[in-house]
Each structure stands twice: as structure tokens, then as C-alpha cells.
Write a new protein. Structure first.
Length: 299
């Protein structure tokens, strides 16, 4: 059963939360874990996954589907913010968070646990379209909607170019295209990437804070995002005639929770930080459970 494979993520999450409550780890430690993930672990996984799996036409169509998916989610999120009569920072945060997908940690972890190296390679390539959208559309949008000083085009471009995950995608594709393979490098990347599940789950446990009143809108956001994302994923899978692991990849990705980077956007551009901080852990917990229970029926 797929849930049995993904339950360790939840147990590790609870471990992180327990360690925080006992004062062994602190929320500030999350910044260190996040940096290790961003600059070492996730790039290692991306390079290793892409350099060891042949890239064909069916694989390359996934980034295009990702870009279409998140574009549709952005439009729907904007309309929902009107329907829900949101305003101010809360409305801006809702619009920014709704289309983003947490592929780099939860998506990678889930596909690796459930479907091994081939599943990981699929979600990595899908995440290319998601990452491009995030850095070229969502970051400028957050800057425009936020109350802080607005970034210019040069600053947005620099952020995109300097992102280590983008470089990892480029390097991985080049290694595969040029048929370059070093066993020592592959082994190093495998060891570096093996820390993904532990670091992601503990990081989420450190970030999690429970408050019933503050979870009402985030819970509604996650329910709407998951259901609408699933419907869009099914529609795109049908339109692009996807089957097997390709279809599963799109459906898993379409129901992913909002990106962890939203907390960075909320802080940098003076959006609703409290709302975003409550949204992310809740979304990830629900996402893991929903995907584990639902995906086996669409394989």
C-alpha cells in the first residue's frame, strides 16, 4: 500500500515537531536546514536523476504541462480571492500561494518513495516548468502585490539565474545529452541526495504551529487548491494523452501543496506572513495523505 511507503514522512515530521517542543531544535534551525536543501541536497538529486535517465519527447512535454497547470491555477486563484472577498495582505498572499507547487521537497520525496528513480526523474523534469513559472511570474507578482520596495526586472532576472536548482537542471540535462557519466560523481550525488526525506520532514516539523482559528482560511485554501488542481491534472492528462507514470506524475504534481518559498516571498515583500506560515505545513500534511490514498486508484 502506497500510504505505508509515505508514512515515514509523517513520522519524521512529528519527530521534528517533538524536538522543537522539547527545545532540542528551534525554529531558527529551519533556516539552516532550508539552505542545505536548497544548495546541496535538491541540486544533487536533480543532477543525479537527470544524468542517469534518458530524456525523450514524452519526458520533455512535462515542463510544458507544468507551466500550463500553474498558469491556470493563478487565474483561478485570482478569481477565488474575489469570490471569498479577501483584501489587503491576505488577498495578495492567497493569490501568490495558490498556483505554486512544492515539487522540490515533497514532490521529489513522494515520487522517490513511491516510484523509485524513474518517478523521481519524471517529477524533476515536470518541476522545470514549475520553477520557471515561479521565478519569472510569481516572484515579480509578489513584488508587485507586496507592500515593500518593488524589485526591478534586473533583480528578478538575477534571482532566476542565481538559483541553484535551475543550474542543477541545466547541468543534469547537459550530462545526459552529452552522455557524460562519472561513477564517483554519481555516488557522491546519491549520498548527498539521501538526506532529502529526513531534512524535509524535520524542517516542516520545526515550522509547524497549531492554532485552530488561524487555520480556517488556510484549510479552505488547501481544499480548494487540491480539488481544483486534481481536476486540472486529469484534464491535462486527457488532453495530452498521458498514461502510466507520466499521468501519475501530473496528478501528483497537480495536488502538491504551495511552495515553501512562499514564506520567503511573504517576508521579503511584506505579505501576510502568519497566514503563509500556517498554510504551508497544513498543506503538506494534507497533500501527503491525499496523494498516498488517491494515487493508487489512477495508476
Amino acid at each position: 500500500m502506497l500510504l505505508e511507503k509515505t508514512l515515514p514522512l509523517l513520522f519524521l515530521f512529528l519527530l521534528g515537531y517533538f524536538l522543537k517542543k522539547k527545545g532540542i531544535l528551534h525554529r531558527q534551525n529551519g533556516k539552516i536546514l532550508g539552505s542545505i536543501l536548497l544548495y546541496i541536497v535538491i541540486p544533487a538529486i536533480v543532477i543525479n536523476a537527470l544524468s542517469n535517465v534518458p530524456i525523450n519527447n514524452s519526458l520533455l512535454i512535462l515542463p510544458a504541462i507544468a507551466f500550463i497547470l500553474v498558469s491556470l491555477l493563478l487565474c483561478i486563484g485570482y478569481l477565488l480571492s474575489k469570490v471569498l472577498k479577501l483584501s489587503g495582505k491576505r488577498k495578495s498572499s492567497f493569490i501568490v500561494c495558490f498556483p505554486t507547487l512544492e515539487g522540490g521537497s515533497i514532490g521529489y520525496s513522494f515520487m522517490l518513495i513511491a516510484f523509485g528513480a524513474i518517478g523521481l526523474s519524471k517529477i524533476v523534469v515536470f518541476d522545470l516548468g514549475n520553477s520557471i513559472f515561479l521565478y519569472t511570474i510569481i516572484f515579480p507578482l509578489a513584488s508587485f502585490l507586496g507592500e515593500s520596495k518593488k524589485d526591478n526586472l534586473q533583480q528578478h532576472l538575477a534571482r532566476f539565474i542565481q538559483n541553484p536548482i535551475i543550474w542543477a537542471l541545466v547541468i543534469g540535462i547537459l550530462l545526459d545529452t552529452l552522455h557524460i557519466h562519472f561513477t564517483l560523481l554519481s555516488n557522491f550525488l546519491s549520498v548527498a541526495g539521501s538526506a532529502l526525506l529526513l531534512l524535509v520532514a524535520v524542517l516542516l516539523g520545526l515550522e509547524f504551529e497549531f492554532s485552530l482559528d488561524s487555520f480556517k482560511l488556510p484549510l479552505l485554501n488547501i481544499i480548494l487548491k487540491t480539488c481544483i488542481g486534481l481536476c486540472l491534472g486529469l484534464l491535462l492528462s486527457f488532453l495530452f494523452n498521458l498514461h502510466g507514470i507520466d499521468k501519475v506524475t501530473v496528478l501528483v504534481a497537480s495536488t502538491l501543496p504551495p511552495s515553501i518559498l512562499n514564506i520567503v516571498l511573504a517576508a521579503d515583500y511584506e505579505l501576510d506572513v502568519k497566514y503563509t506560515a500556517n498554510l504551508l505545513p497544513l498543506g503538506i500534511l494534507i497533500g501527503i495523505l491525499f496523494t498516498s490514498l488517491f494515487i493508487p486508484f489512477v495508476k
